[in-house]
Design a protein around this ligand. Sequence first.
Ligand SMILES: NC(=O)c1ccc[n+]([C@@H]2O[C@H](COP(=O)([O-])OP(=O)(O)OC[C@H]3O[C@@H](n4cnc5c(N)ncnc54)[C@H](O)[C@@H]3O)[C@@H](O)[C@H]2O)c1
Length: 560
Amino acid sequence: MRTRRSNLALVGLPGVGKSSLGRRLATQLNVPLLDLDRSIIASTGVAKESVEGIFAREGEAGFRIRERSAVAALDEVTPPAGGAAAALGIGRIVALGGGTLVDPRNRWVISQCARILWLDAPDAVIAGRLRTARVVRPLMKRGNPEETLRTLRAERSRFYAIGARLESKKSPGTLAAPAIELLQNSPRGGGRHLLSAALPSGQWDLGVGIATESLLRVLRTRNARRVVLVSEPNAERAIGATIAAALKRAKISVTPLTLKSGESAKQLTVIDDAARTLAAAGIERGDLIVAVGGGALTDTAGLLAALYLRGIDWVAVPTTLAAQLDASLGGKTGVDLPEGKNLVGAFHQPIAVIADLDALRSLPTREIVAAMGEAVKIALLGEDRLFTLLEECATRIAAGDASLHEDGTYAEIVERAGWWKCTVVAGDEREAGLRMSLNLGHTLGHALEQAANYKGILHGEAVGYGLRAALTIGQELGVTPAARASRALALLDALGLGVAPRRESPGALVDATTRDKKVAGGKIRWVLATERAFEIRDDVPASLVLRAATQMLAGSGGKR
Ligand SMILES: NC(=O)c1ccc[n+]([C@@H]2O[C@H](COP(=O)([O-])OP(=O)(O)OC[C@H]3O[C@@H](n4cnc5c(N)ncnc54)[C@H](O)[C@@H]3O)[C@@H](O)[C@H]2O)c1
């Protein structure tokens, strides 16, 4: 959708001076200023109300609901004729609250109708201003303000970073001219950035129509002159060809490498052939691999990057929902063996993951629904807002409702599930403990995929079955509370995951679980859901596994 982005949204930490800069900019550009907090206060109809008053009466939840409505009401404003505002295409300044961008739906709306300016200053400078301000902010009442600001910065930088950043120690009222200059020099139009997280493992960008600009930015920071563009026919059609053309326009030499679509790319022979192609093309350590495709493609291309010349840098541009919310994040790469899935691989983090939601529009509904297997897993591990969101829109997802692309639902699902995974991986990159939780539903899920010879069943669909079995086992062992299991099963039913009966033999599945990667000392380590987290058990009796596999293969028929 084309929008004019005629608002200029000022974002940044509380106390950084958004209102003050907003007033100056509004005067200088001769456009109105909308202070979002004031609109929220006005919406209460209470005389002499304040943000603190709303928090006290309605709680933060009440305030955020009012904030969402105020953001949803933002519209385009025609810039004045002539002058700097007209040249910038800005018709209004909007000063947002410090937490407005935390809500993914607010970012969805704001990225559509506004250019974003991140006003920033060192924490000590902001704290100093807060100490001497006339109005005592709630932030100042919470112990050491600098410490609070540091925490808020760590939590929110990924949201603010979608805007152009203006950092200065100077008083915000004096920054109108540098702000205008920054806007004049920042690209107008282009993609809609929704998230820009600088993680210790690499950059994670999420947005709409951002793939080429984000990729070029990453490649420029690396001074890259040549890349190997690894893709497969469906992803090439969706976005790969556009990326290749943009790279060529930017004078970056592209060696194309097209693999087979889907799981059949995940083979050692494919790695062997691909590595020889790279060698023949003279690819060097300083060159990069850009992997454009679904999880099977990023798993394979990532392993190729890990192995070629003992490791070269790579960028993942995931093109399926499963790859955006899960597979491309976390640095696990690998291929399958006839003996089992993902048995050969390496931990090799991409330097950047660029998830462009535009790529998802060509995905068949079945692929989208399958991706929800991994999303339900994350919800079960404790991402409560994701759980509720999935429950709210499960029937629309199952029905292939295209409006979920337009209203920010898929963006929010990718962000919530992906961020959860990134946080888990940051705490345990090599899967020594916490990361093992991400295998919930995968022990019998992988076994099912293997028994089906990786044909006729998608990975996420298998995870849907595997989750059902894990819930059965968890309940029988007293680990998973009945209400939690019942809620998860109802969600899987609504999505249509693990519903149809399967023909595989339960015995073959149980046999396959013994070759699982999580086997230690001959014992299978099962990840089981607790009330809002997980427990690892290595004492699940074989008879119970067989029963759970049998029940899982019978499907639910949508009923329990
Ligand atoms: N590394 C990890 O941490 C991790 C995590 C989860 C899953 N995985 C792996 O990911 C794989 C599953 O990923 P997937 O579901 O993306 O499967 P996939 O890569 O096989 O893609 C599914 C299908 O979608 C097609 N496709 C890709 N992009 C498209 C687009 N934009 N429009 C239309 N069609 C498109 C592909 O050609 C393929 O046919 C499995 O191999 C699984 O083991 C890895």
